[in-house]
Design a protein around this ligand. Sequence first.
Ligand SMILES: [Zn+2]
Length: 289
Amino acid sequence: MKTLREYIKEAEEKGVAIGHFNISNIEALHGIYNAAKKLNVPIIIGVSEGEEEFIGRDEVAILVRMIREKDNYPIFLNADHHYSFESVKLALDIGYDSAIIDAVKLPLEENIALTKRCVDYVKELNQKEGRDILIEAELGFIGQSSKLLDVIPEGVSEATMTKPEDAKYFVEQTGIDLLAPSVGNIHGMVKSGNPRLDIKRIREIRETCGVPLVLHGGSGIADEDFTNAIKAGISIIHINTEIRVAYKKALEKYLKENPSEIAPYKILKPAVEAIEEVVYNRLKLFNNL
Ligand SMILES: [Zn+2]
């Protein structure tokens, strides 16, 4: 099977993006995988530090690897937004395919130093174990929660968007494989609608920085913006909030309509189906199907 790096390269050549979907439990993994299988496209499963702690760091690694090997399916696991070298190392040591070191809140030089430490560790690990792990980092602030928001998060503005020359410097200094820029995207979903993406900025960053780009905070973005962002240089798109909303709504509806049901596999079935539907539609769009 091709490596994640090769799938990303292939996505860029084809003008499509790989979907990255977060989970905190096994039913969400089922919903996402069911959708991907129907379309036969590669996918990335993401777990943040909080999600990882809930599902189990080792457990999720084993589950994803098991699906990949049993079905010979391109499903990969990413340590999404890990905030320390230690937590990145723990995930990579037990087999995650990639990690995001999020040091965006630190002063630039400290961000570079911490990111570089992760990159150096991965080089060593790749060489020792014959793996091809990728390191991603974020530059420019886009907020920090996967929630439904009343307003755009504080501290996010045009001033915190990534500048192409900064992206180039950051990639050169750190040696990262993937960059998550701030281009009008935000983490979470604004109830009145998310801001529009700065497509021109995406194109400029991709051209100057030299590595594939990852769009975080994909929930709530207009279809047209996704399509243009992919054409401009986005190779991976993160969706989390939309899945959480679909899961909760389906669960609430089922419990309301079936107050005496106690079997988890019945209660959670509509939630799995709701996740599947969200992911299916997103994957269709991202893969131009
Ligand atoms: Zn993110």
